[in-house]
Write a protein that binds this ligand. Structure first.
Ligand code: UD1
Length: 423
């Protein structure tokens, strides 16, 4: 099959084997980059993933006046002379995480504006929880057709008690950022408990904030009056990339050891796939000689439930697992785009509202499919390994938003995938 620009060709694969270290986590590094704006010092991030969303966030930090240097997975953010929170460029519309600059910009500069945040088309993604939370901390923020904007009066942000209507990951991160720059403590109830929240709290503690309870859903934040510290932080491995690799192995069979994933972060995927954690708890092994047979109902939900980011990738496995499965998507309302593309490869997936019914086959056939979002694109690459002929996946720029080198990682484990990157 002749590859096109911005496409991968995935060849059938019967076994993956070897040891692999994973890239840093996209969903951890983006909020930490946003937090670095609040620090009148230098932040060095190690194991920083070289992915499109990180480059976009770096461009936004430069718009705020930060000096950002990024090479060989090391990012240096010098925010000493950062001077504004008014984002005008279209960079902010490219990804949802740009809204995370709101908390630190309001806290440090007393002002923030950006065009409406974009991101993958996976359903409605409002920011009302973020806006309401900022206003509870004393800001005047509003959202209209031009975007999100607001400011803080001379007295600055003021700590308070906030209960989120839903444990939103992004809103929890924005509250952590704003509350860390407020005067007085903040209590946040019904907070998200995702590992990416743990990482942001670790970083903010390094700067000097006193934060407790991030694994419980009830977070207490006691800020420092200002942050001016040179710090370095190692970005933990990406749990969704880990889940993607494990799902690929579960469908192809093989013996793979991921040597740098904190197993607490993907416990539910590890147990569904009957993988094992190594004795240190810092690695996971999946060694199987028969394809995983799934006959189950899986529902996505806030951590520690099954992650919505793994949903489409699991659909690819369920499609060839022989059994009958139901996937319930509880976080986003239109996140089954990958199902339609998987059906083009011979899968039998029927969707109805938030449910997908998967009538598992043993094999998929070859063909050409199109990625429509980041995780859906990864699902199509994984599905290509399970097909009996080659599969071309178009629009791979979506995959590069979050995976540094998915094709390369899988090829190191024995897959054959060619990629013709966009110029
Ligand atoms: C979500 C996922 C996160 C994932 C990311 C990218 C959860 C709980 N969150 O985070 O794990 O990595 O997508 O796929 O699984 N909502 C509102 N108003 C708001 C904010 C959110 O109504 O202001 C709703 C959303 O529409 C959604 C739910 O709350 O139904 C959870 O959203 P949230 O966690 O905020 O989304 P992300 O931070 O993007």
């Amino acid at each position: 099959m002749q590859s096109e620009k911005n496409a991968m060709v995935v060849y059938p694969c019967s076994r993956l084997a070897g040891e692999i270290s994973l890239q840093g986590a996209k969903n951890s590094v983006l909020p930490i980059m946003a937090a670095a704006v609040a620090n009148r010092g230098v932040t060095v991030l190690y194991n920083c993933p070289e992915i499109a969303d990180v480059y976009t966030m770096a461009a936004l930090l430069r718009e705020c006046g930060c000096v950002v240097d990024f090479k060989n997975h090391v990012m240096t953010i010098d925010a000493k002379n950062a001077d504004n929170g008014l984002l005008h460029s279209s960079d902010s519309t490219r990804m949802r995480a740009s809204i995370l600059l709101m908390g630190s910009c309001l806290g440090r500069f007393g002002q923030f504006s950006m065009p409406s945040p974009g991101g993958c088309a996976i359903g409605k993604r409002p920011v009302n929880f973020h806006v309401d939370a900022m206003n509870s901390l004393g800001a005047s923020v509003c959202e209209n057709e031009d975007g999100v904007s607001g400011n803080v009066s001379k007295g600055g942000l003021i700590g308070g008690r906030i209960t989120l209507p839903f444990p939103s990951v992004g809103a929890t991160q924005n509250v952590l950022l704003a509350a860390s720059c407020a005067s007085g403590g903040t209590e946040l109830m019904n907070a998200s408990k995702e590992p990416e929240i743990w990482d942001l709290c670790d970083y903010l503690r390094m700067l000097g904030a006193d934060i407790q309870g991030e694994r419980t859903g009830h977070i207490r934040i006691v800020p420092k009056s200002s942050y001016e510290k040179d710090v370095s932080f190692v970005v933990p491995a990406d749990r969704i990339v880990a889940g993607t690799i494990l799902t690929a192995v579960a469908g192809t069979t093989g013996n793979v050891y991921i040597n740098n994933i904190d197993c607490d972060r993907i416990e539910c995927v590890i147990s569904l796939l009957k993988a094992r954690t190594d004795s240190s708890g810092r690695g996971v092994i999946l060694n199987i000689d028969r394809r995983a047979e799934l006959d189950c109902v899986i529902s996505t939900g806030p951590f520690p439930e099954f992650p919505t980011d793994m949903q489409s990738i699991f659909l690819a496995l369920m499609a060839v697992s022989g059994g009958f499965c139901i996937m319930e998507e509880n976080i986003f309302d239109t996140r089954f785009n990958a199902a339609y593309e998987l059906n083009r490869l011979g899968a039998d997936i029927r969707t109805e509202g938030k449910l997908a019914y998967i009538y598992g086959r043993r094999k998929l056939h070859g063909g050409t499919v199109t990625a429509g979002d980041l995780r859906g694109g990864a699902a199509l690459v994984v599905a290509g390994l399970f097909a009996d002929e080659s599969v071309m996946v178009r629009q791979c720029h979506y995959i590069h938003r979050g995976y540094e080198n998915l094709a390369g990682d899988l090829c190191r484990l024995g897959a054959v995938i060619t990629e013709n990157k966009e110029e």
